[in-house]
Write a protein that binds this ligand. Structure first.
Ligand code: TRP
Length: 514
């Protein structure tokens, strides 16, 4: 007899055979049904098509996958999940953005607000986001839809698309980094701050073609890894790049500790000038805390849909928060140590790492070129592992909901951010800047501010409310209370009250009510 496991199959589509399969996703159910039909088809019984059912079955799976009917739910390995989540969190936000924001928003005051936010809100929301992903196990929209009775919650899931808005400027910055890797090798390093400043300003203001070229290359690299999928692409990329990044940064930190500027750097970062804390600093610090932990847009939620079995969510969230914070602090300390060593000012805006670091490396002779190379490589690694997490939620959504192949989903998402990326890129140029600005603010800054200070906190508030008030209390408790032990009530309090209320206050102050 030809049949799966050699058993006489009961009548197809009978109620009882699917009664215990309610947990299956509709797509998986469809697949099961398909095999049932196939299995019971007269041709199969007569053995005309093939003697070996398994051969036909695997052929059909391939066919169905190509047609986009089968959702491939691959899971991360445990270390893969931790590294991918940390890889998402540790990004340009830590090495490019954190130092320049600290420089611009008053040093210690900014750092302190950021650290408090991470501790009080960031960690709690991170756990909440993993929880939604782990319970939903689908793309962001479907997870919200599946987990609540009120179907309007699915609109919260569209926060997953915000990643593409971040990618609009993120990809441009990865492009700058790739350009710096290339130019440090072939054109050497600028000798003084003035030349470095000119070089960077010239790049962003005049070199439209070069920027577009690197933005395009960056897009291709990111899309290549996203299209390879969770296990083959994203997990592999992170397992190699994350440890390399940490080694490079630690090496540079140790080097910078021997500089006189190191003490000044510690002083700048850790002794807050209270007079500098105003609503602007607080808004930017909270926004940055969300940005740096990859919170509030469903990146972590999407990764958590592929969460391995038996993983401790709380511990993972702790490791990720710790790694992310420590890497930002290391990057800040190191960059400011170099900067103060050469008597430079810390407020240089988005050009900070591109202007100051190459000059500093230039002082070190040939070794400097080597340092510059590994520094920008580390930055590129950090950027790439985050970028894939920014694109993946939209890709998952397109695969599951529109039933298109991963390749197509990746290409569509890529085209969206690539084209808008051009508007961000052009908004800093001298010839196109005015056209691509809104009341004098370049679109680049608008994309950046809208995402980190508005959309991410908004996403965070929705997740906190969802986990705190909408998800059944017992379901959440079952998942987390053993892991957290006596800290569980504190987390719950934070997710129900502290996180939503403080983000709400921040929002009010953002729109000028407070
Ligand atoms: N956290 C990353 C960084 O620090 C950026 C990032 C990746 C991100 N995925 C995200 C930010 C999701 C917000 C949401 O550079």
């Amino acid at each position: 007899m030809v049949g799966v496991r050699g058993l006489e199959p009961p009548a197809p589509w009978s109620q009882t055979r699917y009664a215990n399969q309610t947990a299956l996703h509709p797509v998986a159910l469809k697949r099961e049904l398909f095999f049932e039909i196939l299995k019971n088809h007269p041709c199969m019984w007569s053995g005309i098509i093939c003697k070996n059912f398994y051969f036909v079955k695997s052929f059909c799976i391939i066919l169905l996958k190509k047609l986009g009917f089968v959702m491939k739910i691959s899971r991360f390995s445990r270390i893969g999940f931790i590294l991918a989540t940390a890889g998402s969190a540790v990004g340009l936000g830590n090495i490019w953005k954190f130092p320049y924001m600290t420089g611009e928003y008053g040093g210690g005051a900014f750092v302190l607000t950021y650290l408090i936010t991470i501790l009080l809100i960031g960690f709690a929301v991170l756990v909440a986001e993993i929880t939604i992903g782990a319970l939903g196990r689908l793309d962001t929209v479907s997870s919200f839809e599946k987990l609540s009775n009120n179907k309007n919650w699915k609109y919260a899931g569209f926060m997953g698309m915000n990643g593409l808005i971040i990618m609009i400027f993120y990809s441009v910055v990865i492009g700058w980094i790739l350009h710096y890797i290339f130019s440090s090798i072939f054109y050497g390093l600028p000798e003084n701050i003035q030349t470095a400043q000119d070089k960077f300003s010239n790049l962003i203001a005049n070199e439209v073609g070069i920027q577009i070229l690197w933005h395009t290359i960056a897009t291709f690299i990111v899309l290549y890894f996203v299209h390879k999928g969770i296990k083959q692409g994203i997990e592999k990329l992170n397992i190699i790049l994350m440890p390399s990044l940490i080694i490079i940064l630690l090496g540079m930190l140790i080097y910078s500790m021997n500089l006189d500027g190191f003490a000044k750097s510690i002083n700048f970062m850790f002794s807050p000038d209270w007079s500098k804390i105003d609503s602007d600093v607080i808004i930017r610090a909270i926004g940055h805390a969300f940005f740096t932990l990859s919170l509030g847009m469903g990146a972590i939620m999407t990764y958590s849909a592929s969460l391995p079995k038996h993983i401790n969510i709380t511990k993972t969230a702790l490791i990720v928060t710790f790694m992310d914070t420590i890497i930002a602090l290391i990057a800040g300390l190191m960059i400011f140590a170099f900067l103060f060593e050469f008597g430079e000012s810390p407020s240089k805006g988005p050009g900070l790492v591109f202007i100051s670091m190459p000059v500093i490396f230039a002082q070190l002779g040939y070794m400097g070129i080597f340092f510059a190379l590994i520094f920008f490589l580390a930055l590129a690694f950090a950027g790439l592992t985050s970028a894939v997490s920014l694109v993946e939620p939209s890709v998952q959504y397109l695969i599951t909901r529109l039933k298109i192949s991963r390749l197509r989903a990746t290409v569509f998402s890529g085209i969206f951010y690539y084209i808008l990326g051009l508007s961000a890129l052009l908004s800093y140029t001298s010839s196109w800047g005015e056209i691509f600005s809104i009341s004098g603010t370049p679109l680049f800054d608008i994309y950046e501010f809208t995402t980190d200070s508005i959309l991410l906190p908004l996403g965070g508030i929705l997740m906190a409310i969802f986990v705190g008030y909408v998800l059944p209390k017992d379901q959440v408790k079952k998942l987390l209370s053993d892991e957290m032990g006596k800290y569980y009530p504190i987390w719950r309090f934070s997710i129900k009250f502290i996180a939503p209320i403080s983000i709400f206050i921040m929002m009010l102050s953002l729109i000028g009510i407070l």
